[in-house]
Design a protein around this ligand. Structure first.
Ligand code: CA
Length: 221
């Protein structure tokens, strides 16, 4: 899961980044509205955290442009405390949630998880699929109730496929959501990652649809 953070304050951005990374997410950060708008418009993210007070292009304008262009990514806006009218305008412009500064970063992480699971149609922070369960709060995967140690990248693969269970996910989509933009990737990186996860979760945990992609919770072929 890859998250775009558009925040001009270096300190706040660093705090958000480390908290989200600890929660198992990849983070891309932009410090002004123009660059943030461009990336949100041209790349696929699982969620976007958007400060409204931004240089070059303000956050509300960025938000409105994305929604007008059909960007459907869940978006949380960050506003100055007391600016209730700004929050109302942001929500009306298509924001899914907001946080007023200063906020506890734990709350930001919890709300981000909630945004992601709502977008994927899951009511609970624990997603279960047969004997496999994904606990997004504890950043943990278990099989038949026993924790299975996964690397951060392996966890992100399982998390993405379980949030999108029942759907075949192509390699380009996985690459986009599981790696930072400037990562140099071997052409078989996803294949190798899938193989490693199968070794830990069982061969049939991830289904391959040759020529199309991978999925969890797919019906029989
Ligand atoms: Ca700001």
């Amino acid at each position: 899961m890859r998250i775009l953070v558009v925040e001009d304050d270096d300190g706040i951005a660093a705090t958000i980044r480390s908290a989200l990374e600890l929660a198992g997410f990849l983070v891309e950060r932009e410090a002004n509205g123009e660059n943030g708008w461009f990336r949100g418009d041209s790349e696929a993210f699982d969620a976007i955290i958007l400060d409204l007070g931004l240089p070059v292009l303000d956050g509300l304008t960025v938000l409105k442009r994305w929604r007008k262009a059909g960007v459907a990514t869940p978006i949380m806006i960050l506003t100055a405390r007391g600016n209730w009218d700004e929050r109302v305008e942001g929500i009306d412009a298509g924001a899914d949630d907001y946080l007023a500064k200063p906020f506890r970063v734990e709350e930001l992480v919890a709300r981000t998880r909630a945004l992601l699971r709502r977008a994927a149609g899951h009511p609970s922070p624990i997603i279960e699929l047969g004997e496999i369960s994904l606990d997004t709060r504890q950043v943990r995967v278990a099989k038949s109730g026993l924790p299975v140690p996964l690397s951060p990248q392996e966890y992100r693969l399982v998390s993405y496929l379980m949030h999108h269970r029942g759907r075949v996910v192509g390699q380009p989509e996985l690459t986009e959501h599981l790696y930072l933009q400037d990562t140099e990737l071997d052409s078989n990186a996803i294949e190798v990652l899938v193989r490693r996860v199968r070794q830990k979760l069982g061969t049939d945990a991830i289904v391959t649809r040759r020529g199309f992609g991978y999925g969890m919770g797919l019906g029989p072929e």
